[in-house]
Design a binder for this molecule. Sequence first.
Ligand SMILES: [Zn+2]
Ligand SMILES: [Zn+2]
Length: 367
Amino acid sequence: MEQKSRAMVLKNFNSPLELQEFPLVPPAPGEILVSIESSGICGSDLYMWKGRDPRTPLPIILGHEGVGRIESLDHGRKDVLGRPLHAGDRVIWDRGVPCLKCYYCQIKKQPSLCTARKIYGINLSSAETPHLRGGYADLIYLFPETKLIKLNDGLPPEIFSAAACSGATAAHTIELAHVRPGDTVVVLGAGSLGLFAIRMALDRGAAQVVAVDIGKSLHKLEMAGQFGAGHTLIYDETSLEERTAFVRNITGGRGADLVIEASGAAKSVEEGVHYLSRGGKLLLPGAAVPVGEVKFPIYESVVSKNVTIQGVWVSDTSHLYQAVAHVEKHADLYRKMVTAVFPLEKANEAFQFLLNEKAIKVVLKPE
Ligand SMILES: [Zn+2]
Ligand SMILES: [Zn+2]
């Protein structure tokens, strides 16, 4: 094994990531050293790069969508299904490591709400030993408490990267949505989170899905069609009245049972309430950083329709497990979702590629 690891480090917001080498230190007892095979670039990485995520310390190695092979681990270690883990196994891991001691971990039993949750590539600085706590690197050290899932070796590692974040968050969303057979679901934003939500809603029995995105993201809407969305609407080529009329027309005048806001734009949250039927539910997994305020008539849009507005904050290990199982089942679809692969040291070019809206899921691969 090499005695050093390269990593792309964010030292200053809005500045290019810098290639840096870190010396390897022996893993602490119980820690697992993993050689990264594929690291997804999440939309929230771009927000962190711009300094818009209040959780981001500097310097930091970004990347919370890692898949890799175990380099070293303590004897007897198992994955979440009780399968023994060995050096060389391909694994994915829960990006969040909850404390298991706080009120939310112990009493509410919602580890995704843990107030002391450590998150690889999001709130762990590379200034602290062993430095390598993010996915944009050759290697990563995982805390002993990290939950791992052994992956199917026969599938390419990059198709699992998005399961670590957008897939798991979509699984959390679908769980909170209580999708019922026959439901009509509107998904706003057809990036990786939206695509996962579309396919998972249909797998749960949704009768029809309408995907909405901007004209610049036509490739995402085309992908939404491949994921099973029977209807697609171009946001900037239609009016709100036309879009809501379309949804009412295909639902016998009622509106959508569920709306999933997966773009993160405040105006899209606002738009979401307009699609809802009486008793409908608006789910908000998209706005993962501060995006400002929204305005809608509370009586007309929410109270008098018995509508639910549900925030969706990140995910836990059960959601990661669901996302991995889902990707394995639909491997051919998720292969298509990975639209570009960049070498690790080209992370800045990969960011620009994503910012130009040319891609859906972009992954970095150390070589
Ligand atoms: Zn906790
Ligand atoms: Zn993410």
